[in-house]
Design a protein around this ligand. Structure first.
Ligand code: CUA
Length: 336
């Protein structure tokens, strides 16, 4: 696949502006992430202990049996079988593995409870090659690639796949969870610090696996209410703002009569769910599975040639003229 220098530069700049904090397990922003970090530190402590023991034993053996140090060349004495040694190096590692396994299993089940939490906000996340569909059944909201969660409220994520196996991972909010076709995994958490946290598909799922990103916005309760009320409202009416009314109206007309409607939903216009819901497209900060900032230039590049922006993209190149691209950009960017 050839990427033009212009598009490469555009994507590079998109990735560098207003970047969220790095993806790290060491700066937890939820209860699940706190537990994950504790677990991680425990494993590191055990690993360090084993490393020290093995290193010291190796050094002792080197000096004890070095022919140069001993200034002699005969083989070291053959050791008779030692039951005590056999038992020690069998039982020792088994105990260490047990010490790691017990808190790991406890953490895994604590944040994947068999029964849904009574007061939790349900968020359905469906993985697609290579983007994330997000639904809030109780709030009648459908969006993509950007998940908003209220701070301090338990959230139950219901993770499903529309095609193959993916993995849902937001390091700042908790451990990975596989997303499997025909099977629902859940993840519960209480986000504790407002902010934007990067997520990434963590299971190789094809050509654009690395481009299957998403963002989690942890909002204050008031911000979340504002966001969810707006998302649940009907789509913007074409023709506003007035200065771009002509292009917006032309874009709306083009959208409604083109192949766009065979894949996308815009409430009141189209109803297909093959691709992301676009009802409030302009309210999102990113596009193309979270790999580029949602700007008119990036959207135009995406519409002109999706494959050039995201290898393997399932959105076809519709062969749009530059005027058609401008009209669609004007329309989609009016859908706040
Ligand atoms: Cu989806 Cu990797």
């Amino acid at each position: 696949m050839k990427v033009s220098p212009g598009i490469a530069l555009l994507l590079l700049s998109a990735r560098c502006t207003g970047a969220p904090p790095p993806m790290t397990t060491f700066a937890p922003k939820s209860d699940f992430a706190e537990w994950t970090r504790t677990l991680y530190l425990q494993v590191i402590a055990w690993d360090t202990l084993i490393l020290v023991i093995v290193a010291v034993a190796t050094l002792l053996a080197i000096f004890r049996y070095s022919t140069r140090v001993r200034a002699q060349h005969e083989a070291p004495p053959a050791s008779p079988e030692s039951l005590a040694l056999e038992v020690t190096w069998t039982v020792g590692p088994a105990l260490v593995l047990l010490a790691i396994a017990i808190p790991t299993i406890r953490t895994t089940f604590r944040f994947q409870p068999a029964v849904a939490l009574a007061n939790a906000l349900t968020v359905k996340v469906t993985a697609h090659q290579w983007w994330w569909e997000v639904q809030y059944p109780d709030l009648e909201i459908r969006t993509a690639n950007e998940i908003h969660l209220p701070m301090g409220q338990p959230v139950q994520l219901e993770l499903q796949s529309a095609d193959i196996i993916h993995s849902f991972w937001v390091p700042a909010l908790g451990g990975k969870r596989d997303v499997i076709p025909g099977h629902m995994n859940t993840m519960t958490l209480v986000a504790s610090v407002p902010g934007v946290y990067l997520g990434q598909c963590a299971e190789f799922c094809g050509l654009s696996h690395a481009n299957m990103r998403f963002r989690v916005f942890v909002d204050t309760p008031a911000e979340f209410t504002t966001w969810s009320t707006h998302q649940a409202a009907p789509a913007a009416v074409p023709g506003r703002p007035l200065e771009t009314a002509g292009a917006v109206a032309a874009g709306a007309q083009l959208y409604a009569t083109s192949l766009c409607v065979t894949c996308h939903t815009i409430n009141g216009v189209s109803t297909q769910t093959v691709g992301p819901d676009l009802t409030h497209f302009a309210s999102r900060t990113t596009l193309a599975g979270g790999i580029a900032d949602n700007t008119p230039d990036n959207l135009a590049a995406w519409l002109r040639d999706p494959e050039a922006v995201k290898p393997g993209a399932q959105m076809p190149n519709l062969g749009l003229s530059s005027q058609e691209v401008s009209q669609l950009v004007a329309y989609l960017e009016s859908l706040t």
